[in-house]
Design a protein around this ligand. Structure first.
Ligand SMILES: Cc1ncc(COP(=O)(O)O)c(C=O)c1O
Length: 349
């Protein structure tokens, strides 16, 4: 029997569950540009409390949320310190520079995804007319599926604070990080999410990734910061009127889809374990729901045909010589076993 499509391209590909759809259809609505959408207001309050901030703002995308955060922390001619591979530097179209005249200062990552404290410190510019004014440190957690160590976040954000910088976290997958931290402690994932958030002045979270909502992000911070971000969101067209349909999906995801991220992590590890047994592949240690696999040089020719072969078998993934597989709400154990079988079969052909 043919297996249904197994889409491992990203955790953004999920469909809302039947229960989430029912919840959305029953959401009370109003015009959010007047601040009158009860479902958006409820979500904003819920996520602010959950992360220990005064206020939060619902936005259509993580990109817009990060943009509003950077522009609310910085002014024209300021700069933010950010990792070379961070979404807020590499994958957001240069928005902060294009739309806000805020310059990124990209920094190299250590293998665990962090940025060395010495690297951060060395790049905080003195008050000198030659330099842009360093105003903000942006971190990302998880980053490339890696969970930033708690002690590192504490130290990096303290260093930034000691130099008068604001601290923003792109926590698109904050709850994945929190679930991993919780598994290594006696705390709940929500307690760990709050602990991570406590090191930052602002946090952006996405509901449309591992949490399985169709769309939506939230930015949390203090009231004055959120008021500035709200103005910027309006400017970039992010006021969504009866957006409560979408906020209610996010709210449902927070209530029902956080703890289950542990299943995604378990399946990612299962996939990684099986792929590590294939001779020509080098599998990066997996911490959350993203599996990166490098193809050894001698197998590059063979590997070039893998993604099209998998597609023909109904398994979707990305990359050529560095492959990426992401587990999520719409992937179960049978799907992962099927994907493993197809990959093994391809390399044994
Ligand atoms: C770490 C990270 N931050 C931000 C975003 C941006 O989210 P969106 O696609 O909703 O703009 C993504 C998207 O994949 C992401 O992976």
């Amino acid at each position: 029997m043919k297996h249904s499509t197994v889409d491992l391209r990203s955790d953004t590909v999920t469909q809302p569950t039947a229960a989430m759809r029912a919840h959305m259809m029953n959401a009370p609505l109003g015009d959010d540009v007047f601040g009158a959408d009860p479902s958006i207001n409820e979500l904003q309050e819920k996520i602010a409390v959950m992360l220990g901030f005064e206020a939060a703002l619902f936005l259509p995308t993580g990109t817009q949320s990060n943009l509003c955060a950077i522009l609310a922390h910085c002014e024209r001619g300021d700069e933010y310190l950010v990792g070379q591979m961070a979404h807020t530097y590499r994958w957001e179209g240069g928005g902060a520079a294009v739309l806000g005249s805020v310059q990124p200062q990209p920094l190299n990552h250590s293998p665990d995804g962090s940025i060395a404290l010495s690297e951060i410190e060395a790049n905080i510019k003195p008050d000198d007319a030659h330099f842009a004014k360093t105003k903000l440190l942006c971190l990302e957690n998880t980053i490339g599926g890696k969970v930033l160590p708690m002690d590192y976040m504490k130290a990096a954000t303290k260093l930034a604070l000691d130099h008068g910088l604001k601290r923003h976290l792109d926590g698109a997958r904050l709850f994945n990080a929190a679930v991993v931290q919780a598994a290594n402690s006696s705390n709940s994932p929500l307690a760990e999410a709050k602990r991570i958030a406590s090191y930052f002045d602002s946090v952006s979270v996405c509901f449309s990734k591992g949490l399985g909502a169709p769309i939506g992000s939230a930015l949390a911070g203090d009231k004055a910061f959120i008021a500035r971000a709200h103005r910027i969101r309006k400017m970039v067209g992010g006021g969504m009127r009866q957006g409560g349909f979408l906020a209610s999906a996010a709210s449902y995801a927070l209530d029902h889809h956080v703890e289950r991220l542990a299943d995604d992590h378990r399946l990612a590890k299962q996939l990684a374990g099986a792929l590590a047994a294939i001779d020509c592949l080098i599998v990066e240690p997996v911490q959350s729901n993203i599996v990166f696999v490098d193809v050894k040089p001698e197998a590059k020719e063979k590997a070039a045909g893998l993604i099209p072969y998998l597609k023909a078998q109904g398994v979707l993934a990305t990359g050529i010589y560095r492959l990426r597989f992401v587990t999520h709400l719409d992937v179960n154990e049978a799907d992962i076993n099927y994907a493993i079988l197809c990959i093994e079969r391809y390399f044994n052909l």
